[in-house]
Ligand binder design. Structure first.
Ligand code: ZN
Length: 507
């Protein structure tokens, strides 16, 4: 019997993924198990209940595809004394298996007989990992993808280039990794400490490794969206190819050793910059089949453009009156280049400044304001406000006395993440432009993968809850109860270093 149980777990657990925590109270072994519908959240609906199922006697899960259903929609049936999944596609089957894993975690060998109907509200449900400020191995990136899968998150936004390190092998531009992937040292402690560790730090992913990650994610119905930053956050690229900066080839650009926003940006007036970016994106598109390519666009100071003869000459030629139009010109040029390859751009909300094509999707990070503005302009939006979904922020108000590790700042308790309303201030037409939500994990102060887990768990469950059910979330305590019953056992089994503040009621 133990063998069969292990077989069942092997069947379910590796197929990690899922949140819509199935909150089923009764887990007894009777023939008919009553289900308390009041504790089952939308959009999960329990359509009926009946005979319970002993999973030791049911190692196989019967699956069926019904193409009339939404691609990610599923029914999970256990009420006929066996386990059946019906879904619109294999992705829906996969999400149903995650719900099943949560039922097993909660109920053990005997599952209550229920029929669950579920589907996500957003087609884009993302989580971002910054692998530049600190580098995470391919194995750790795969573990991060496992965490996404468990929570039914279907996009991994992979932040690959930054001031502090360029992490993606580009064969046409080998210095990006030979030079740009290593910084000579790293800031110790908080921003402004002015103390450095004196130790070189680096790492990068080969193209084969990135392809391996894409395949691993695809097996879990997760799309990898790569991010190549432009025109700012470019110090590592400029340290590798200084001729692409406004200060020119003789300027000693360096891979940055501290955090923040730096004046060094790509020279918009140098045609070689466009050649370079297109060459990089050619290789990125070969590795990543995603429809979306993230081109950054955030935090790009313009003072160098104001002083640069090449940038000023281009402004004159184009009739631009503001440097913001140079950013818009660069982003639009890249957007059109990628459109020729059948791809679409996503950029941080600064891409709205100076004007942006309606084909661009805007990732709203400075609160929800950029997203609201973009939706009103008719652009598609991914809501990723720092005020709700920046998982690098602290998790409790009493952060020091609670023993939280050093973080960038802010305060985002689980409850606040749970309360995010992605539709706030939007009318129905504008709501249609909200294609999804995402959490971001910037890693200036996160050097180990254990620490990554601490920052994203259990807040990832709140992200999933909003992504699958943006309306009608009214019972925070029930939500925490469902994490405790349906996810915590899985976190423990896998040895995840989750933050336990939420379960202890610490704020
Ligand atoms: Zn310039």
């Amino acid at each position: 019997m133990t063998f069969k149980l292990n077989l069942m777990k092997k069947l379910i657990y590796p197929l990690l993924a899922a949140v819509v925590l199935t909150a089923i109270s009764a887990c007894g072994g009777g023939e008919i198990v009553p289900v308390d519908l009041s504790i089952v959240p939308n959009p999960v609906s329990v359509l009926g209940c009946g005979k319970s199922v002993n999973i030791q006697e049911n190692p196989a899960v019967k699956t069926r595809i019904n193409k009339k259903m939404g691609a990610e929609e599923y029914y999970l049936d256990t009420h006929k004394g066996r386990i059946e999944i019906t879904a619109g596609s294999e992705a829906g089957v996969f999400w149903a298996r995650q719900t099943l894993a949560q039922m097993v975690a909660q109920c053990g060998d005997v599952l209550p007989g229920v029929r669950i109907h579920d589907y996500p509200k957003f087609p884009y449900r993302g989580a971002h990992l910054d692998c530049c400020r600190h580098f995470f191995s391919v194995d750790e990136v795969k573990q991060f993808i496992d965490i996404l899968a468990l929570h039914k998150i279907n996009v991994f936004h992979w932040h690959l280039t930054e001031d502090q390190g360029w992490r993606a092998e580009i064969k046409q531009y080998p210095k990006l990794t030979e030079v740009g992937s290593v910084r000579k040292e790293t800031l110790v402690g908080h921003y402004g400490s002015n103390t450095y560790d004196g130790t070189p730090y680096g790492g990068f992913y080969t193209q084969d490794e990135m392809r391996d990650v894409v395949t691993y994610a695809a097996e879990r119905f997760i799309t990898v969206v790569p991010e190549i930053e432009m025109p700012g956050h470019a110090s590592a690229a400029l340290a590798s190819y200084p001729e692409l900066g406004c200060r020119g080839k003789d300027y000693p650009y360096e891979v940055q050793t501290t955090w923040g926003v730096f004046p060094e940006v790509f020279c918009a007036g140098n045609p070689e910059t466009v050649t370079f970016l297109e060459g990089v994106l050619d290789e990125i598109c070969d590795i990543f089949p995603s429809e979306y390519i993230h081109i950054g666009g955030d935090e790009a100071p313009r003072e160098e453009w104001e002083k640069c003869p090449k940038c000023q000459a281009l402004m004159k030629e184009k009739g631009f009156t503001r440097e913001a139009e140079l950013q818009s010109y660069l982003i639009t040029t890249v957007e059109q280049y990628l459109a020729g390859k059948g791809r679409k751009i996503i950029g941080w909300d600064e891409i709205l400044e100076g004007g942006v094509s309606q084909n661009a999707t805007v990732m709203s990070w400075r609160g929800a304001k950029g997203g609201i503005e973009a939706a009103k302009l008719g652009n598609d939006v991914i809501m990723t406000p720092n005020s709700y979904f920046y998982f690098d922020y602290y998790q409790t108000k009493g952060r020091e006395e609670n023993g939280e590790p050093l973080a960038i700042g802010g305060c985002l308790p689980l409850r606040k993440c749970y309360e995010f309303d992605p539709y706030d201030q939007l009318d129905d037409d504008e709501k249609a432009h909200i294609k999804g939500i995402q959490a971001n994990l910037w890693t200036e102060y996160i050097a180990t993968f254990d620490h990554v887990q601490h920052m994203v768990l259990p807040r990832m469950a709140a992200l999933a809850e909003v992504a699958w059910n943006p309306e009608g979330r009214t019972d925070y305590d029930a939500f925490v109860g469902r994490i405790e019953k349906g996810l915590l056992p899985i976190y423990c089994e896998r040895g995840y270093h989750y933050a336990d503040y939420a379960f202890k009621g610490i704020e």
